[in-house]
Write a protein that binds this ligand. Sequence first.
Ligand code: ZN
Length: 414
Amino acid sequence: MRIRFALPLLLSCVFLVGSPSLASDMALVGARIYPSPAEPPIENGSILIHNGHILAVGPTATIKVPQDATVIDCKGLVVTAGFWNSHVHILTAGLLHAEKLSPEEVTSQLQEMFTRWGFTTVFDIASVLQNTALIRRLIESGEVNGPKILSVGEPFWVKGGTPVYVRSFLETNHISIPEIESTAQAIGRVRQQIHDGADGIKIFANSIEQNGILTMPLDLAKAIVDEAHRAGKPVFAHVSNNQGIEVAVQSGVDILAHTTPSDDLWSSPFAERLTAAHMALTPTLTLWDVEARKGNPSSDQIEKGMSRAAQQLKAFSQARGQVLFGTDVGYIEQFDTSEEFTWMSRAGMTFQKILASLTTSPAQRFGYSNRSGRIAQGMNADLVVLNGDPAQSTSAFSRVRYTIRDGKVIYSKK
Ligand SMILES: [Zn+2]
């Protein structure tokens, strides 16, 4: 038997004697483990978790589980690193006005939206920063179970560019998001939001209005992006057409929040240009289906629209563009992720590519590669235990048995 981990285990036991409040170690035993998209699976593997971190991972025979460890039998189950959803909104009725909600209510909503689908980290790309920051504090203090939340807070849109589809929502919920009147005002707001805890900035390069699409002037977009980058923060752009993508590319935006199925298909040179600009993409394919159904179309019409969105993702993925899994959940009420995985597969994305979009790619993009995205010694113990192998059928990505964050089970399927 290998004794590679004996020393850290011994040290940890000594440490634990003096710290009775620390949770006991946890071990996931007997799983098929995908440590990362680039590595082969470990058959009959085990993972030992200590103090919220991964202490050891390998074939079960090589992992010594401490006697007092909590053991989760993972025979027949599959384990991957915890998922990221890089396009969500903390805006549902179950999360807005969090000061009026009980911890149980907040946990329950976070479970329905995120943790039961395996998300241990989410990037909220438009919400009310003060409210999102409150939820984040509740999670970090342990009062509420939920994912790690990164947030851009309030988005930036031009004068007259409050999107037509959010106007009544904002009014009903007494949310005021100022329209940008000047570059100086925009820069001031970028600084303020980052000061207040925003992890990124979101611009509306396009706003859908009653009588057409409004595009943000390039110089304004540039000023906002430059200010965010000065603070080391990524910038997301909502786009509705290729003109908006042009503004995003030229201003130095980091992440496109959508494909643009109502505009031209993406040619290879077009997709390669996005890649050359180091642009990432959250596909949000489910969103297009949800939106299309509002108009009561035929199934043939839906299929045509979805195929266009899938083609754009395919072109981007084939050009080696960085895809970040993202569904727009919180704007859409469809929490189930299985449709997104089906469409990502139809766009030609392999199991490895989809797993990367859920784990290593967002971790890399947002600067968390040294602690998130892979199952390896020393990484955060953010893990998803699946009831099925997504390498065989991508829909298994949505069949979550347990979600573990920082070594704590935050979702367990009943
Ligand atoms: Zn969105």
